[in-house]
Each structure stands twice: as structure tokens, then as C-alpha cells.
Design a protein around this ligand. Sequence first.
Ligand SMILES: Nc1ncnc2c1ncn2[C@@H]1O[C@H](COP(=O)(O)OP(=O)(O)OP(=O)(O)O)[C@@H](O)[C@H]1O
Ligand SMILES: [Mg+2]
Length: 476
Amino acid sequence: MKWLSAKYAYPLVIISVLVSILLQVTWLRQLFTAQRAQAEQQIEQIVINAARDNMYHSAKHVGITDTTLNPFLLGPEWGLIRRGFDGLKAPNMYKSFELADNSEDSTLIAFRFVFYHPKSTIARQKRRRYSSGLVPGFDSISVVHMHRLVSEQMAKMGIEKGFRYVLHDYTGTTPEKPAPAGGKYVSGRYTYNLDYLHQYQLIVESLNGYLWYQMRYHVISAVLLLLLTCAAFLFIIKLMRNQRLYADARVAFTSNMTHELKTPIATVSLALESITRYNLVQQPQQLEEYLAIGRHELQRLNLMIEKVLNLSREEDAAYPMNTMLYDVQTGLQDVVRSMELQLANAGAVCRLSLSPEPCFVNGDPVHLTNVFYNLMENAIKYAVQPLELEISCALVHDKVELHFKDNGPGIDRLYHDKIFDRFFRVPVSGDTHDVKGSGLGLNYVRNIIEHHQGTVTLKSEPGKGSDFIIYLPAAV
Ligand SMILES: Nc1ncnc2c1ncn2[C@@H]1O[C@H](COP(=O)(O)OP(=O)(O)OP(=O)(O)O)[C@@H](O)[C@H]1O
Ligand SMILES: [Mg+2]
């Protein structure tokens, strides 16, 4: 998948996330619009039904006892006629709708249209009278009843507050219904009783809160989906970046390592050559010194080879372990002794505190020795002042507890986990590291310790030294 390089991957990820956001927003908007249309229709129907029911109730009040009229007053056709009549408008036209006669024989409901001449004084009076906004007698009871009916149905819908009504005089001389602004919804005007001349109009201050509440599951699922998409992409990007870093580091490592492997070989060759050339067999003290150098270099070489081998192994693959009963304290003493020269060269002081109790583990002596060597080498390598290294070993419950505590530069909390990753080296200011290394030592340490069912942790703060703590299960 060479084409899927970071160059294309990042824009692709950004575009995908943006498209997902856009799609979700569009979908939510469409849903919102549809829900709003549906809610408006529902509210309108609530007002229509309440007006119809209220009018039906008002029939009794105005004295209509003829029950055959009831189905008529509740029927849809009547509602249509009323609304058609209510909606009729013309200049100087006054309409009225009233119970014109109600006798034992019949009930007369009259729709009346009166057209006044433009200059008529009655027209002006009517205008004044009709627009007075007064709600007389029964009408005031009726409108309360009407609003109660509306409120009950609105509550059933889930809207309990945030709405009110306005009354319009029947002649339509009050201003037209204003266009709804913001989330406001204004219903049509409906007459609600048979006798008086007002129209009821419902105003819902804001439908948005109600609509978002209705859509809450959709919104939550959309947000979750987006978060999941982003998380998945972030994860993939992180993985890709790690892979790239890993690949880069591997390349750097190979060239580094070739160099580093050459150095001990060259030193050992030189030492051997010197022994022969200067016939050092005759000078045992110098011979021992050269042999110590050779041993030390070979140990270093061995360690490097171990690290390289470790590289090609999968982290959880089985390690070929040569497990036996191993005395950790003796192992530590051997390592410290073999590093004496190096410690002395660095002007370091190493204190080894051992426990009077025997500390045995079931482990591979070579690998465990390498672990100790690695930690000591790090302490020497990264020291910024004459090194004081305290190594301690003790038996704590059923575990052997080891400390490698130095007075070095310390490590920021940020890197405490990372330093155990392959190739990771704590970034230094500037581009190049003064101290050479491959970033594999601690990874090797962790792998080996984990293969011994142990743990390795770090306690450190910048400027306060580092304490590498190892727990290994004690052999019983
Ligand atoms: N005792 C220590 N004090 C301060 N920093 C340390 C110490 N030990 C390790 N580090 C930091 O942790 C990093 C990782 O250490 P690690 O031993 O894995 O790699 P390395 O020493 O760089 O290379 P290698 O050990 O493979 O030659 C080091 O680069 C160093 O920055
Ligand atoms: Mg190291």
C-alpha cells in the first residue's frame, strides 16, 4: 500500500471527517425541518380541534338543545365552512356569525356579510367597536375553556409551557399574523364559540427546545458516530506514525549498529595484537589488563548481539531461556566487578547493598546479567556529574526487589513508559544525541524481566536521578 503514504492519508482523513460532519449536520437539519413541520401541523390540529370542541360546548350555553345539531357541529365540513367564512376579507366588509333564531321549531345560524360604503360613519364606529379588544361575558369564560383544552393537548405532546394566546377581533381589523421569527410558532386564528366575535390564536414562543429534546437520541447517536470516527482515525494515524517512526528508526539502527559492532571487534583485535606484539605473556599485570579490556568488549558485543536478536523476535514470542536457580546477589556482584574498570574510568561510585537473606530466582543467568549490565551502562552513560549508583537487592514477601538508583539527569514523567519502547530515546535539545545509543537497551530489559514474570518500573524526575525498580518472583 505504498500509495497510502502520509501525504495522501492525512488529507483523506481530514476530508472523510469533514464529509462525515457535513453529512451528519445535513441529516440533522433535514430531520429538524421535518420534525418542525410535523410539530407545527400537530399544534395547528390541536388548536383546530379545541376550537371545534369548544364551539360545540358553547352551543349549549347559547341555548341550542337540539341534539341532532351536535354531530353537525363536530363534523369536518362545518369546520371547513367556518374557517372559510372566517378567512373571508374585503375592504369595509364586516361579517358576523350568530345564532339568529332559536325556537322550539328550529335553530337559525346566520352568516352575515355587511358592506359599508367607504364614507359611512357607521363603518368608522364599527371599526372602533370591533377593535376595542374587549372580551365580554361568556366569551371570557369560553376563551379560558378553549385555552385549557389547548393546554391539555399541548401537555400531552410534551410542551407544558412557553405558549400563550392572543385574541383577535373577528372582523380582522387587528394586524395580520406576524411571520414567525426564530423558533416561534404562530397558529392560525380560529373562532371558538358560537356567539361572540373573537378569534383565538396560539403563540408558541420557541419550538426549538422541544424539537431538540425530541431529537435527542438522533443527536447523541450522530455525535457518538462522529466521535467514534475521529477516534478510529486518530488511532490509525497514531499507528501509522508509530510504524513510520519504527521503520525510520530501524534503518537508522542498522547503520548505527554496523558501526557499533565494529568497535568492540576492533578493540579486541587490537588487544590481542598488542599481546602478541609486545609479548605481554611476560608481563602478567599488563596481560590481565588487556584481557580485561577484551572480556569487557566481548561482553558489550554479546549484549549488542542479544539486542539485535531481540529485535527480530516478536514481543510475545517464546524466548529461548536457559532457566535455572539463579542467585541474584551473586550475579549483581559479578556484574559490578566486571564493570569496575568502566566505573573507575567514569569516576563513579557504586554502592551495592545486599540482603542477608538469599535472593534466588528461577531465571536465565545470561539474560539477567545482561539486564543488570544494561541498567548500569545507562547510569554511567547518562550521568551528568560524578555518578553515584546505588544498587540494592532484597527479598520482599515472595518477590526479589532490585533498585538501580542513580544521581543522573532523571527522566520526565512523560517518558516513563516510552523509554521501554523499542528505539525510543529521550529527546534532547538540539538534533543530535551526545551519547550514542540505539534505544534498545531498556526494551530488552523489559522483555527479559517480563519473560521472568517480573515487572520493571521507573521512579524519576528531571534533575533528581532515576530509580529503576525490578520485581522478580522469588524461587521457592
Ligand atoms: N539512568 C538513566 N538516566 C537518564 N536517562 C536514562 C537512563 N537510562 C535510560 N535513559 C534514557 O532512556 C533512553 C532509552 O534507554 P535505552 O537503554 O533503551 O537506550 P540507549 O541507552 O539510548 O541505547 P542502547 O542501550 O540500546 O545502547 C535513553 O536514550 C536515555 O535517554
Ligand atoms: Mg542503554
